[in-house]
Design a protein around this ligand. Sequence first.
Ligand code: GLN
Length: 560
Amino acid sequence: MAKKRNRKFIFVIGGVMSAVGKGIAAASIGKILSARGLSVNLVKIDPYLNVDAGTMNPIEHGEVFVLDSGLETDQDMGNYERFLNRDLGPADYMTSGMVYASVIARERNLGYGGKCVETIPHVRDEVVNRLERAADTSGSDVSVVEVGGTVGDFQNQMFIEAARVMHLKDQGSVIFVMVSYLPVPGTVGEMKTKPTQNAVRLLNSYGVQPDIILARSTHALDKKRKEKLAIWCNVSPENIISAPDVESIYDVPLNFERDKLSDILLKLLKKRPRGESDLTEWKHFADHAHNGKREVKIGIVGKYFDTGDFVLSDAYLSVIEAIKFSSYELGVRPKIDWINAKDIQEGKLNVTSLSQYDGIIVPGGFGETGIEGKISAIKWARESRTPYLGLCYGMQLMTVEYARNVAGLEGANTTEINPKTKHPVIDILPEQKELMAKKNYGGTMRLGAYPCDLVEGTIAREAYVSAGASAKADGIVTISDRHRHRYEVNPDYIERLETAGLVFSGRSPKDERLMEIAELPRSVHPFMLGTQFHPELRARPLSPHPLFTAFIKAAIGRKQ
Ligand code: GLN
């Protein structure tokens, strides 16, 4: 019989309030453990009932992150992959909706053998099974599990209950980290520990005792308050880690290791590390975040600007991070400005004001808000020879602009905006038509990683090859990137667009008529390139995305 795997779990639970960096704390814990030679998977639990994050508006919930598998997830999964520098799988993500959907499906199939199916134990056990499956699928030594929300929320109790039961079954293998907040009220001017004491009590009432407290605050925790927390929360002082605000999220793992957090975690888990902490490469990267002297100015022309609950930058998180990684690699400091496409469209902002930027990005998006504004910005970038990177919608609209203004296809459009256009240069993917007719929206786009063949002598191929991509025996360079779209370049227009000078430098190997990258030759424009996929989803601190690097390089070139 195969030896039972010794699974280890670290549950990260929030106290006091949300938005204090629980995701970054979980990602950083993953990072410092993998720096000790252990293999780690990170799991995000989102307590909402959506079966995945795909149907949520980025203004309310932040960016939708897509895994290789095509699963649409919370943006925290992006942080996890960036910190761990590895791909995570669909087992590493769950929502209440997903958990309930599978329990109900099993009940419909008589999978519970005639029993009454209940939240406890059936839904709880489904959570436990999923967590164990995630650990086994990734074969990791340690799973770090972030429970979304804050202790006291009604929605996440089920998950904390699952964690409690796992701890009960194997006390040495399951530990709890509470990420709590210590306010410094302006009128008082001193850090208060009471909300955290109360949060721990609340967690205790669920039958869970934190082993470690990460004390998030604007300031570092002093000795007096550490001792106070220790006594009142029943946690030894050395297991209370000060986690003050930092300038860059990438400093967090380094700060944690200053307090030897990986030693503390491993001791509690009774797990031997494979070596001393090696964060050399990470430190090198994190230092770059502070060191770049020369600035490169990037303008992002988008639409998710009417911020709801989330801050603007959350809607485009991966794009921002991808810009940073490539900029740091090239030794420059990016300055990112947001340009509301609607303002250009409505004439509130003159498109020539874009001349202050070294590079322009039109990121992914849906629907018609600000579309003509985006197209004007693209036209301006093309004519002024300003480096341009189009991401998904940004590639489709770059194609529309080229069709209208260079290929002479008057009124060309995407059928997403004008289904009756005379020249539908961007059209719905055939398999998507049926899904739309049935209003089958959830998880049905062309999602996840697909291969793409790169055409010789193009900017795209050069960029990937200089980042290490190599040709197969047949001379073809195939790369893989992640998608999330329903529309594509209409195959009926490929030839006309090519004749007019647009180069399709990336194509799907399975269907040569599926265009994945469009670009202009360097003789015409220093860098004008758009991707049907989202390269930003694969950009990592320690492996920046080749296309972002090529774009930033061109932006630096323009500056000079
Ligand atoms: N709206 C476009 C489509 O569905 C682009 C999607 C995107 O930018 N992610 O194809």
